[in-house]
Write a protein that binds this ligand. Structure first.
Ligand code: ZN
Ligand code: ZN
Length: 304
């Protein structure tokens, strides 16, 4: 099918990208992405391990939109802070989680982001269905509080360790239905998390089947974003430890199925693979990504 070589491209570039650093200012992400042949990027809008942050103000926004208007791509996804636990039973954590998610969503709206990625939450050993309901009602509260035109909140499937919610299609569907805001929510599927929670990705149709199952309650029946990562630990480990493409237990043949699936459905795809010194690891993983998709490797990514 020759169409596959061009579909999934926007303005000539495939919507492949990486999680990039915002060091030095939010406006820097575009040059950083362009140097790595990105058609999209994902960022943390503030330190992902701190509760403290304030949404960006005017001079920074001006620099950001200036850089975006000159860049070869404009799609930015934001990953919400890891501290947020919308399902928490602890009143203080719950309050901080709601406040922080609201600020994250306002920031995503200010930056014109394509989506805000969120892990659904953790039951921390308590009753799972009650945890689902707690998370869903708090998420709905935030969605209702942030004024219109906010980007969708993309719930990410998790690795299935302990009490983390959202590792199975059934639980994800339960969460979507409980939130009850289909126009404001979407799905982000992470390959490492699928594998860590026990799904076998080696069969050619596995990805498509999982998409259908995870998207039962998702409008459009497809994810809004893929996170493509290999897995450091074997299938079913429950461990959320990413590896470079072809350097973990998922392996290149299975990852290739997922990449081609994402390209066919024109779903953007972001790598969250480990970074080393400099950008050589990012360049290597991006080269592999283009090769897996059957696209020519852009000159920017040529090895030194
Ligand atoms: Zn994540
Ligand atoms: Zn992820």
């Amino acid at each position: 099918m020759t169409k596959a070589s061009t579909s999934g491209r926007t303005g000539g570039a495939p919507r492949f990208g990486l999680h990039v650093s915002t060091a030095g200012g939010l406006d820097r992400i575009f040059a950083r992405g362009e140097a790595l042949a990105c058609g999209t990027v994902q960022i943390f809008s503030h330190s992902s391990r701190s509760w403290e942050f304030s949404p960006p103000e005017e001079p920074l926004l001006e620099a950001y939109f200036g850089a975006r208007s000159r860049a070869s791509f404009s799609d930015v996804f934001i990953h919400a802070s890891y501290l947020i636990n919308m399902a928490s039973e602890d009143g203080d954590i719950a309050r901080k989680s709601v406040e922080t998610l609201e600020k994250e969503l306002s920031t995503a709206r200010l930056l014109g982001a394509k989506g805000l990625v969120l892990h659904p939450g953790s039951a921390r050993g308590g009753d799972r269905s009650k945890a689902v309901l707690r998370a869903a009602s708090r998420i709905r509260e935030v969605l209702d509080r942030v004024p219109g035109e906010a980007p969708p909140l993309l719930l990410e499937n998790t690795a299935g360790a302990g009490s983390m919610l959202g590792a199975t299609p059934e639980e994800m569907t339960e969460i979507y239905i409980a939130i009850g805001r289909p126009q404001q929510t979407g799905l982000c599927l992470d390959s490492c998390h699928l594998f860590a929670s026990g799904f076998d990705l080696s069969e050619e149709g596995a990805g498509q089947e999982l998409v259908s199952r995870f998207c039962e309650a998702v409008p459009g029946g497809r994810p809004s974003l893929w996170h493509l990562n290999d897995a450091l630990f074997p299938r079913g480990s429950g461990r959320d430890r990413h590896a470079g493409l072809g350097e973990g237990h998922i392996g290149l043949p299975a990852l290739e199925h997922l990449v081609r699936l994402a390209v066919r459905s024109e779903t953007p795809l972001v790598l969250e693979t480990p970074k080393g010194e400099g950008d050589e690891e990012d360049r290597k993983n991006m080269r592999r990504l283009f090769s897996l998709a059957g696209f020519p490797v852009p000159v920017e990514l040529a090895s030194e």
